[in-house]
Design a protein around this ligand. Structure first.
Ligand code: PEP
Ligand code: MN
Length: 264
């Protein structure tokens, strides 16, 4: 990340000074569930917790998220443990409300070319400069992704993190094909920090550690990893979520890899 961008990002810790991981459950399900993950994350000295309040589910009959109740749970846990909170905004009508509860706003893969949503997110964050984590669409080129980023930044907020989360390809062995080369390409073509979401491309938890190791080694500025106290009981994305114990082991390993690459 350039000094120019870094100076604008007081709230964003990069992997260059610590391991920045946006960890947390796929969906916020209850105060107890979220508290358990928050305690784990804070105990590891990490700074951010993620959680879905409005979920972009393929099937409308699937769990859709707790909405504003989830945002209240996130705010409570963030305050209690001193963590910054990140959640996805799916609807322009929700931008102001979501912005009032959390520290970072996520644009999901399914909305990466929803230009009116991107503009609205840019507008709502233009004074606060809250972080916008902008995911690449699973059928989007890097060039389309970087162009779409301008819809956010042209409104006045440069605090954007670009998140690679895997592409739809002919391969069925993984949920999505993680485009690891997107990291150096985006670093070459843009000034924004890059995050790699290793949970959604994996689809199953056994693959998560290998993808996470690769993401650190390839030079990602941050990672996204889903963590749930009881993954088999999760209301969304159970198969890919790590338990707190598994997450703890992985973070220790990633810190060692980051140190090898001269990043602490
Ligand atoms: C998520 O991070 O909760 C999510 C739905 O991811 P994506 O938009 O990458 O599918
Ligand atoms: Mn998920």
């Amino acid at each position: 990340m350039s000094e120019q961008i870094a100076s604008k990002l007081p709230d964003y810790g990069t992997i260059t000074d610590e391991i920045t991981i946006f960890a947390g459950p796929c969906s916020v399900e209850s105060e107890e569930q979220f508290d358990e993950v928050a305690a784990c994350i804070a105990g590891l000295g990490l700074r951010w917790i993620r959680g879905g309040a409005f979920k972009p589910r393929t099937n409308p009959h699937s769990f859709q998220g707790l909405g504003e109740d989830a945002l209240k749970i996130m705010k409570g846990a963030g305050d209690k443990y001193g963590l910054m909170t990140l959640t996805e905004v799916m609807d322009s009508a929700h931008c102001a409300m979501v912005h009032s509860y959390v520290d970072g706003l996520q644009v999901g893969a399914r909305n990466f070319q929803n230009f009116s949503l991107l503009k609205n997110i840019g507008q709502v964050t233009k004074d606060s400069h809250k972080m916008v984590l902008f995911k690449r669409g699973f059928a989007g080129t890097i060039s389309e992704w970087l162009s779409a980023t301008d819809y956010i930044t042209m409104e006045g907020n440069d605090n954007v993190v670009l998140c690679e989360r895997g592409l739809r390809t002919f391969e069925t062995a993984t949920r999505f094909t993680l485009d690891i080369s997107a990291v150096p390409v985006v670093h070459k073509q843009s000034l924004y920090p890059v995050c790699v979401d290793v949970s959604h491309p994996a689809g199953v938890r056994d693959l998560v550690p290998a993808l996470a190791r690769a993401a650190v080694a390839v030079g990602a500025d941050s990672l996204m990893i889903e963590v749930h106290p009881n993954p088999p009981a999760a209301l969304s994305d159970g198969p890919q979520q790590l338990t707190p114990a598994q997450f703890e082991d992985l973070v220790a390993e990633l810190r060692e890899i980051a140190a090898v690459f001269g990043k602490k």
